[in-house]
Design a protein around this ligand. Structure first.
Ligand code: SF4
Ligand code: SF4
Length: 169
């Protein structure tokens, strides 16, 4: 699935989700955001290396589509819907070859996503010893697994509702 398709699909599922399901989705995404904040707070010493020395090597020479999932797009758009035009525009620059991440602002960075709404893989992958922050990383992954389960359960029902709405009455 291309990045453009993931952004569109994430927006479509959000638009079609209302009432209690929307409240549930917001709760799940808010839990992810909280866990990302906890991880960021504990990872400050490791991030020093990323910010001041390496300057985000792991955002370059990548296939962004392999890293950034449909669920990551749902997370960002559920809590930060005004990013959709910028995400859609950036996704159109996706290349067939390795490149800098299309979500780096101006092609250089920083990342256009808020620090506590980053894709799961971006935030839970370090190239240093992760032992001191293992618990926080696990909490982010647990929080994301709720979102994955929600989406697996929601998608077939969404298709059924769509078919039901287009059938002649
Ligand atoms: S995780 Fe490693 S490669 Fe990525 S920005 Fe930090 S130091 Fe650089
Ligand atoms: S989404 Fe952000 S953090 Fe992740 S690879 Fe792209 S620019 Fe880097």
């Amino acid at each position: 699935m291309s990045l453009t398709h993931k952004v569109q699909k994430a927006d479509a599922i959000i638009q079609a989700t209302g009432g209690d399901e929307w409240r549930r989705l917001k709760e799940i995404c808010t839990r992810i955001r909280r866990s990302e904040n906890q991880l960021l707070a504990e990872a400050v010493p490791m991030m020093e290396q990323c910010i001041h020395h390496c300057k985000g090597l792991c955002c370059q020479n990548i296939y962004p589509d392999e890293i950034i999932t449909f669920a990551d797009n749902v997370l960002v758009l559920a809590l930060h819907p005004n990013l959709k035009p910028a995400m859609s525009a950036a996704a159109r620059h996706e290349s067939l070859f390795t490149s800098s991440c299309v979500f780096l602002e101006g092609g250089k960075g920083p990342c256009m996503f808020p620090p506590d709404l980053r894709p799961e893989r971006c935030l839970t992958t370090f190239c240093a010893d992760e032992t001191p922050i293992r618990r926080e990383i696990q909490e982010v992954r647990r929080a994301f697994s709720h979102l994955h389960r929600f989406l697996i359960w929601r998608q077939p029902r969404l298709i059924k509702e769509w078919v039901w709405n287009v059938l002649p009455s």
